[in-house]
Design a protein around this ligand. Structure first.
Ligand code: FHN
Length: 465
């Protein structure tokens, strides 16, 4: 059976057939693995809180969209292609046979995992989510069920994910994998519909074989081969072939392999909707995933993470210079945390393996602010006083962090919604300098501030209550 996985040799005409299934996977597919797993489904609320603890503490992560789409980087046959860089195969209607040879050119000799992880760490990011396989089907690791991967199809051959895993361990950053359910390369998935995957609802009758012999074995490789992962971040779930049943099965399959892993809601079909605790537990994913937006009032009562690009493209796009300012990025982080969410901010490295300078500059500015004010973001919960006119608020037990974007010209900060007794007030960046607080009525206080803000973007005032 021609699998479409063209090896270097197969371009000379021999197609290497690679499919692997074992009884073990069939057992696991029926829910948590029965074999040697401490899978705890259905887990109690306490167990779930324990599993989510590091993620809720983290609040800020790095999304990395990387792969062979970084080679065209938004241009094809001399034409600038509209849309995100990582969608170029679809946007430019490139057939598999013309897109696949890009892998031959993928040789990111400047890739340095330590450098990438240090950039994330210096930015104050606590986890990294990297595209193990995006929609184009190219795999950033040496998969045993495919040769359309970094080891077999490119001159680079190094195990990108393995090197990243090592660096993350060294720097105490959680490694997480993004994985696309939709696959524009695999003949049992979306490939037959090419040159664009959009099939108008038509399904690939062989999709079940793709799930059993390819998607799940690859997920297993990712979970088993790279040590404890933080999150499995599914995407591409919107295709007509994918459904809630497959999502539920995948959720339990993954949790069976690594019971403490966290899985996003795109494992099911509920993308913008929100998962709820079902009788079997959070099969519909453990957190919501609003994208390129921060919900006006957050998503009450559930865990959620807003993922965003820094320009307009997830994957590297050489002519996309529409970079968000460092102010906007910081406001987004604070706004997200003030609503109880995580902020997953994207970088799209070049085909040579470099994170763009414009991204690094912005991340450095965010890291500089977090170095002083991180306590007001990490491990905080949503504002108990709504959205003040002058900025945002985050909270911890016994503390309110007032993020003052607009410094009051008269130095008087009006805070409404605070009924509790305030025992102390100070600037987070100058804890020793106490501030005067006057109460005006049962739920309003006035904090007297210095004439100048410490940080022109966001100066944090702490109220101990
Ligand atoms: O189509 C993808 C897109 O390329 C990117 O990966 C984003 C990131 O969340 N997810 C999909 C669009 O929703």
């Amino acid at each position: 059976m021609k699998t479409g996985f063209l090896t270097k040799r197969s371009r000379q005409g021999t197609v290497k057939l690679a499919t692997v299934t074992t009884a073990l996977w069939l057992v696991m597919a029926s829910g948590c693995a029965q074999i040697g797993s401490k899978c705890r489904d259905p887990e109690t609320r306490e167990q779930r809180n324990e599993r989510m603890e590091w993620w809720r503490e983290a609040r800020f992560g790095m999304f990395i969209h990387w792969g062979i789409s970084a080679i065209p980087a938004g241009e094809w046959q001399g034409e600038e292609i509209r849309g995100a860089g990582e969608w170029i195969m679809n946007s430019a209607k490139i057939p598999v046979s013309e897109y696949e040879p890009l892998a031959d050119q993928f040789n990111p000799i400047l890739f340095d995992a330590d450098e990438w992880v240090q950039i994330a760490k210096d930015a104050g990011m606590k986890y990294i989510v990297i595209t193990s396989k995006h929609h184009d089907g190219f795999c950033l690791w040496d998969s045993k069920v495919s040769e359309y991967d970094i080891a077999d199809a490119t001159p680079f051959e190094r195990d990108i994910l393995g090197e990243l895993a090592e660096s993350c361990r060294k720097h105490s950053i959680r490694l997480c994998f993004y994985h696309s359910i939709m696959d524009w390369h695999h003949p049992d998935a979306q490939a037959p519909h090419y040159p664009t995957y959009n099939t108008g609802g038509k399904k690939n009758p062989r999709f079940g074989r793709y799930v059993k012999n390819y998607l799940k074995p690859q997920i297993r490789e990712l979970i088993v081969n790279y040590g404890p992962l933080g999150v499995l971040w599914f995407d591409g779930e919107w295709i007509p072939e994918w459904n809630e049943e497959l999502g539920k099965d995948m959720y339990h399959f993954v949790r069976g392999l690594q019971p403490d892993i966290i899985i996003n809601n795109r494992v099911g079909k509920g993308r913008k909707g929100m998962q709820g605790l079902t009788e079997e537990g959070y099969f519909a994913g453990d957190f919501g995933t609003p994208e390129q937006e921060i919900p006006a009032t957050g998503l009450a009562g559930v865990d959620w993470e807003s993922c965003m690009t820094m320009n307009n493209s997830w994957g590297y796009k050489k002519n996309d210079h529409n970079w968000k300012s460092k102010e906007k990025l910081l406001y987004n982080l604070v706004d997200t945390a003030s609503k109880g969410g995580n902020y997953l901010l994207n970088v799209g490295p070049t085909a040579e393996g470099l994170i763009p300078k414009a991204s690094i500059e912005r991340l450095q500015a965010m890291g500089k602010w977090l170095k002083v004010n991180g306590e007001s973001i990490y491990g905080t919960t949503a504002s108990p006083i709504g959205k003040p006119a002058w900025g945002r608020c985050t909270a911890k037990p016994g503390k309110l962090y007032l993020h003052v974007f607009d410094w009051p010209v008269d130095g008087k900060l009006e805070v409404t919604g605070v009924k509790e007794k305030i025992t102390k007030a100070y600037l987070l960046a100058r804890k020793s300098q106490e501030l005067a607080v006057a109460r005006e009525g049962k739920d309003k206080v006035i904090v007297s501030l210095p004439s100048e803000a410490i940080d022109l973007i966001d100066t944090v005032v702490v109220l101990e209550i």
